[in-house]
Write a protein that binds this ligand. Sequence first.
Ligand SMILES: CC(=O)SCCNC(=O)CCNC(=O)[C@H](O)C(C)(C)COP(=O)(O)OP(=O)(O)OC[C@H]1O[C@@H](n2cnc3c(N)ncnc32)[C@H](O)[C@@H]1OP(=O)(O)O
Ligand SMILES: O=CC(=O)O
Ligand SMILES: [Mg+2]
Length: 536
Amino acid sequence: MRYEVIGPMAERFDEVLTPEALDFLVALDSEFAARRVALLDTRRARRDRYATGQLPDFLPETAGIRADPTWRVAPPAPGLVDRRVEITGPTDRKMTVNALNSGAKVWLADFEDATAPTWHNVISGQLNLIDALDRRIDFTDPRGKRYALGEELATIVVRPRGWHLVEKGIAVDGRPISASLVDFGLYLFHCARRQLDAGAGPYFYLPKLEGHREARLWNDIFVFAQRYLGLPQGTIRATTLIETITAAFEMEEILYELREHSAGLNAGRWDYIFSVIKNFGQWPDFVLPDRSEVTMTVPFMRAYTELLVSTCHRRGAHAIGGMAAFIPSRDPEVNEVALGRVRADKRREAGDGFDGSWVAHPGLVDTCRAEFDAVLGERPNQLARLRDDVSVTAADLLAVDKTPGQVTAAGLRSNIAVALRYVDAWLGGTGAVALWNLMEDAATAEIARCQVWQWLHHGTPLADGGCVTEDLVRSILAAELTALTTGREGTERDRAEQAARIVEDTALGEDLPAFFTTGAYARYLRPNRKPDLSAG
Ligand SMILES: CC(=O)SCCNC(=O)CCNC(=O)[C@H](O)C(C)(C)COP(=O)(O)OP(=O)(O)OC[C@H]1O[C@@H](n2cnc3c(N)ncnc32)[C@H](O)[C@@H]1OP(=O)(O)O
Ligand SMILES: O=CC(=O)O
Ligand SMILES: [Mg+2]
């Protein structure tokens, strides 16, 4: 097999893209690329079945795994015993230093929801991880602010991109390679030994899995990679995000497949909501109210998190909570509301038995820690707290019609504005942004554009009068585009117009595309350093 590096070699990229590291990626690709493609076909077929009215259920063929009380996942690895606060964020240099110094126990170094997958972001992110482990990442920014690693650093857990994405910057036999394999493979190749030397290990978060066969693929990749690199089997640890409705029916099986390498499950709430709309959005019983009303306490979300905690603890695995999207604000009143919402969210999670949770911003670390401290005290986790009181059925997981709330004109406008502005930022190379006091990333933007599609598809009535029509959506999109482009010239203006086209293509069509990122990446993000504005 022949590889070709298509992305340009910026300064020091040769330290990441060494011949040996590229050989490793090729070995991963030749062993696993076909299985990835087959699993993506399975995803499509499953979605087609849901389109004909079938609903998911717990699998009869794996009932034995669920009924067997004897198996457990591996005990927590060094650095992953106490995970009461985890900060997430992209891997640019400043965020890397800030996240590692934030006081959180874990940093989820994100190549997924929080990163726009430009070639530059992907490779420089890997370089930053290497530099952080070598403690040569300190720098002074143009404002004169000094960034330097402190003494007590968060444990790094890398989240590679999901199976749906490819990386065009590296081709194997003329095809773009799987983005998951690039992010996983480069990090493992360069950083596994560095992490072991530092007393931790190569740890991962696995995003957007749709079932246990995808977990089995990851497990087989881990076994192969450890053998290839001479690492003891079981060195890698992975926390799987349960962020699709289909994976919610296979939590036990996912833990089982990965058990030697598993570090638990995480409640990826935003992609979860996206997945519910994506899979069942065409059915009237699944129409959701305004995004702000789909909270963690509505019945179908509550069922999902309760099942997650009880499943994890029965198997000795960490249950990690999700992201409250509120971020600190410089406006004291707004800030107080945001902190209050985050506090309530983390209090509920700690009380429910989660072992820790996520924050999106260093300013929220203390809030999250205080809530988990109040429940955990000196204990590093609450794995011993079995939730035998929990009993969740398939109907509970699918009780979307019990979600209270309304669809409003403001909710529709907000979704259109968020989708447009987020996609615009993403095309410009930024994968997480603050919009109207909320953290928005790929998962939340997917909800926004899918809700527009869903309401349009059903001609959903608006609580304020009228209903959602194509004319209405187009007129709001046009107004939001005007607002966004005011004062912009040239390529900046072109980028906003591209973003509007992406929103149109992925929210206004007859069919609902599975991800906006796949088409937008194929068409607009070229593996050159600057976003390519000549496409379309
Ligand atoms: C659905 C999911 O998957 S959730 C997980 C994926 N999403 C994320 O990880 C989002 C992470 N959060 C972020 O990217 C950022 O917080 C944003 C974009 C939402 C807001 O960032 P900003 O606009 O820079 O916020 P703000 O100005 O308040 O930041 C203050 C400081 O904190 C830093 N900071 C903010 N968030 C983070 C973070 N997550 N990690 C590290 N540093 C951070 C900023 O870099 C800034 O540093 P500086 O003072 O040295 O310049
Ligand atoms: O990745 C997390 C999510 O909520 O989505
Ligand atoms: Mg997600």
